[in-house]
Design a protein around this ligand. Structure first.
Ligand code: 5RP
Length: 224
């Protein structure tokens, strides 16, 4: 079955948990895109909510959809966040950051009472770090030294976009994509990486998701 259909059914299922008056965290990525379209329709049909976007990309799509937006400065507690993931394990730990929005996504996750993760079934994995490289956001200053220290943890990383034309995040930083042979202790690696000077944040999300909504060819499956 078409993977876009699987993303769409998962994302639309998550929007069923949105209630009138909620402050909703709006994640980033091609799966959340379908949730944004659906929320746009719901708003045009009369639903009152306020969205807090996790990236400039999401801000743009949500604005086009007519979804009222705000910031963490005005709304520091978010009732429900809908976001995607690149890899999900059986304990609901995640790798995120494929869309380069991991810093804002983690800040919004931290401010959220409830987090729904929407994925197609290809994202489910036995051990994190076996099917997706871990994104690590680093400041530009001294990046060569930061990369050397990051590589001591993961073995090998690559500058996203390449050294000649590196991707710059919404926060003005670089992303290293770190290749692991699996991350059996994600909590430990998350802290190890964030302890390196120059690392802003990494894409390991431990114990943050309340529910994972998975689009499969047989319909929706849940992990809670
Ligand atoms: C962005 C993210 C995305 O949620 C993640 O990359 C999943 O994206 P997609 O739904 O396009 O596969 O973490 O930083």
């Amino acid at each position: 079955m078409n993977v876009e259909h699987l993303k769409k059914i998962a994302a639309e299922k998550a929007t069923e948990e949105i209630r009138e008056g909620m402050v909703v965290g709006l994640g980033t990525g091609s799966t959340v895109f379908y949730a944004l379209l659906k929320i746009g329709t719901m708003v045009r049909d009369g639903l009152n909510i306020i969205g807090v976007p996790t990236s400039s990309g999401t801000e743009q799509i949500a604005t086009e959809q007519g979804i009222p937006l705000s910031t963490l400065a005005a709304h520091s507690t978010i009732e429900l966040t809908i976001d995607g993931a690149d890899e999900v394990d059986a304990h609901l730990n995640l790798i995120k950051g494929g869309g380069a929005a991991l810093v804002r996504e983690k800040i919004i996750a931290n401010a959220s009472r409830r987090i729904l993760i929407v994925v197609d079934e290809s994202k489910v994995s036995q051990v994190l770090g076996t099917s997706f490289a871990l994104p690590v956001e680093i400041v530009q200053f001294g990046w060569e030294v930061t990369k050397r220290e990051v590589d001591k943890v993961c073995g090998q990383s690559e500058m996203r976009g390449g050294v000649q034309n590196p991707l710059i995040t919404d926060n003005g930083n670089y992303i290293l994509d770190c290749h692991f042979d699996g991350i059996p202790e994600p909590e430990k690696v998350e802290l190890q990486l964030n302890n390196i000077p120059g690392v802003v944040e990494n894409g390991i999300f431990v114990d943050r998701a309340d529910k994972v909504i998975i689009g499969t060819p047989d319909g929706i499956r849940y992990m809670e």
